[in-house]
Design a binder for this molecule. Structure first.
Ligand code: APR
Ligand code: ZN
Length: 376
């Protein structure tokens, strides 16, 4: 006996998980591949953002080359712009809002957030966060909770910052990492004053953003330092007054340009003990070293005890530009729109997602400023 025929399953009407193309590393040192990945439906307080452009940052490379502890399979990318495509329950941003992503979203409730240091929010400790899955059903991990080298991301709303429309996507993409980090290191952490002297070691997207910010802050001697001679033109375009090669003559060259004293501020934008030491040596007595680069935990810096006392230098780091991204990213976008902040020297070229692995190779070789992946 057969029972009554069941009606066809009622359509749930609810949103479906979305499958998108993304740049994935299957393991440390593994070749990067474009894969299809499944994003979850945005839950309460979450948004799906369609990515239009994402930068290739050294921190992504550090996730795959073993410098930072990552989990795999891993979607790369954490510096991106896009448009809100779908809003989960209890969210504020409307579908269609242009946004930048924030890789250190502040909880606004922890001890650090409450003392107005949201860049140190206690909720942000893991370099990767598990969310979504690969096309073959394996749990995915996302770089800095974003995994933004993808056609879309699903993230908590506090990782999404509304920005004014109108910036070229390849420039807007850089606001949430290189630009905020560089501008914040100069303005918030080091507080560079007009007339001061600055040295910047390491001229990738981050170091070039520091140069741009130092010029904007009114520094008059801005020395750009790199191992690659090819960075000279990029550095001068970004605001450096001089380019110096990072070799054994460097300290002498810097002293020759600072009346024998050394610079007021040195910025380390490589992420290595040797360049932190170099930054220390280039700085005048009483000056400040700001470490912007993110190095490996076993790369030890050694300083003499007497030197620390006698030099009276300050050594500190700048995490995410000591900034409040929710306030400062929109300000930076407006400055870029009104022409008071020129981001064009930071972008070396725009490539497709299929070309992103080659852009990582260029980054590893120290070629160019920032390579930006267009996902439109
Ligand atoms: N001395 C001077 N410059 C160096 C040295 C050195 N010993 N070693 C490398 N460099 C230069 C490279 O030639 C390159 O121009 O440092 C630059 C690094 O640039 P990118 O690889 O583009 O790195 P970027 O994305 O700018 O990030 C820099 O900041 O956020 C952190 O994790 C990131 O630690 C990384 C740093
Ligand atoms: Zn970055």
């Amino acid at each position: 006996m057969s029972g009554p025929e069941l009606p066809p399953a009622a359509p749930t009407g609810g949103p479906e998980p979305v499958t998108v193309r993304a740049l994935v590393a299957r393991g440390s040192g593994a070749e990067l591949r474009v894969e299809r990945v499944r994003l979850p439906v945005p839950g309460p307080g979450e948004l799906r953002v369609r990515i239009t452009a994402a930068g290739v940052c050294h921190s992504d490379l550090s996730m795959v080359n073993g410098t930072l502890a990552a989990r795999f399979p891993l979607v790369l990318g954490h510096e991106a712009t896009g448009v809100v495509a779908e809003a989960g329950p209890n969210t504020r941003l409307a579908v269609g809002t242009p946004v930048a992503l924030n890789w250190a979203p502040a909880c606004r409730a922890c001890w650090w957030c409450l003392r107005d240091e949201p860049w140190l929010c206690a909720a942000n400790t893991a370099p990767t966060v598990a969310r979504g899955e690969t096309d073959d059903g394996i749990r995915l991990h996302l770089t800095l909770g974003l995994g933004a080298l993808a056609e879309a991301v699903v993230v908590p709303e506090n990782a999404v910052i509304a920005i004014p429309a109108g910036l070229p996507p390849e420039q807007a993409a850089l606001l949430g990492c290189a630009v905020l980090t560089g501008v914040g290191a100069v303005g918030n952490t080091a507080r560079v004053a007009p007339g001061e002297s600055v040295a910047v070691i390491g001229l990738g997207g981050v170091g070039l953003a520091v140069l741009t910010a130092a010029r904007r802050a009114g520094a008059t001697t801005i020395l750009a330092v790199d191992v690659a001679e090819a960075k000279r033109e990029l550095a001068l375009a970004a605001g450096a007054t001089d380019f110096l090669l990072s070799d054994d003559r460097l300290s002498r060259e810097v002293r020759g340009r600072t009346e024998g004293r050394g610079v007021d501020h040195a910025f380390e934008c490589v992420g290595r003990a040797t360049t932190i030491r170099a930054a220390w040596r280039l700085t005048r007595r009483g000056g400040a070293v700001t470490v912007v680069g993110m190095g490996a935990k076993d790369d030890m810096v050694s300083l003499g005890a007497l030197d620390i006392f006698h030099s009276a230098r300050t050594l500190r780091s700048s995490v995410y530009g000591s900034s409040d991204p929710d306030r400062e990213v929109p300000e930076l976008a407006r400055a870029a729109l009104d022409g008071t902040l020129d981001l064009s020297p930071l972008v070396s070229g725009v490539v497709s997602l299929d070309e992103a692995p080659a852009a990582f190779d260029r980054l590893a070789r120290g070629e160019g400023a920032r390579w930006v992946v267009s996902l439109d």
